[in-house]
Write a protein that binds this ligand. Sequence first.
Ligand SMILES: [Zn+2]
Ligand SMILES: [Zn+2]
Length: 322
Amino acid sequence: MWMRHANPLSAANVDCILRTIQSSLARLGFGPYSHAASLWVFFAGCGVAELSISFLICTPLERFWPLTNWPKRNSIAADVAYAFFVRIVLFPLIAYFEFHWLRQTLDGFLHARAITPLSLTELIPKLASWPAIAFIANFAILDLADYWRHRLSHRIGWWYGIHSLHHAEEQLTFWSDDRSHVLEDAITYVWLIAVGLAIGVPSMQFPFLILCFRFLGSISHANTRVGYGWLGEHIFVSPQFHRTHHALRAAGRRSCNFGTALSLWDFSFRTARFRDHTVETGDAGAEPALVNGSWGEQQLAGFRRMARLARRGKKTPAPRTT
Ligand SMILES: [Zn+2]
Ligand SMILES: [Zn+2]
C-alpha cells in the first residue's frame, strides 16, 4: 500500500530489504514500532550510504587536486554535524514520512472527488514506460524550483539572514553542502514537497531525488580544481561554478550561479558566471559566531541576522568585500 506509486521492480527490492530490517528490529524488542522504525533505518541507511560515496569521491579530489590550501584549518565539527543531522534525522523524516503521508492524503482527497491526480506521466503517458526519463524530468523540475527558491533567498532581507549561515563558510569543502539553518531547511523542504506533489512525483522516488541533490551538492562544494569540462559545466553545477556563488562579492543581492544541481537554469535566466577564478569564500557581513561557532551558536546567529535584516527592510545587504 505504501508503495503504490513506486516502480514495481524497485518496490519489490525495497520491500525485501524492509522485511529483513523489520524482523531484525522485532528480534531486538522493537516489535510494536518495527514498521516505522524499519523505514527510518532504511532511509537513514540510504542517506549515510550516499554521504559515504560523497566522502570517497571528494576526499581524494580535495587531497590530490586541491584548489587552495589553508595555513590553519578551522574545525569542521559543525559541518560534519550538519551532514549527519540531514542524513539521519531530516532526510528520513521529510523525504519519506512527510512526503508519503501528504501524497496519500492528497491522492485520497482527489480520488474521493473523482479527480485524477496531476502527474508528469499523466500529462505525457509515454513517460510511464520510460521510468529513467521520468526520474530525470522530475529531477530537472525540482531543480528548477530550487533555483528560484535560492534566487529569492538572496533578494529578501530576512531570508538572506538565515541563508547567510551557508555563505559564512570561509573554508569551503564538500562538508559545507549541508551547512544550513534549520528554518531554511524547513522552507526548502516545504517548497520541494509542494512542487513534488504538484507534479506527481511518486512517494518512493522523492527520497532518491533528494539524495541525488545531496550527492551533487557535496561535489559542487568540494575544494578542488577538478572541473567538468566546457559541456559538463554548462549542464551541471561544478565546484568552480558554485564557488563563484560563495565569493565574498556574491554574498547577499547581486549574486549569481544560484543552481543547485544544474547550471542550465542560470544559463537560461542569465545569472550564470562562468570563467571565474574565485578562491576565497565567505560573507564579510557575518558575525564570527556565524562563521566558526558551534552548531547551536550558528543557528542563534542566523536568527539574529534574520531579525536585523528584517528590521532593515525588504532588501538584502549589498555585498561587502573587506
Ligand atoms: Zn546562496
Ligand atoms: Zn553552497
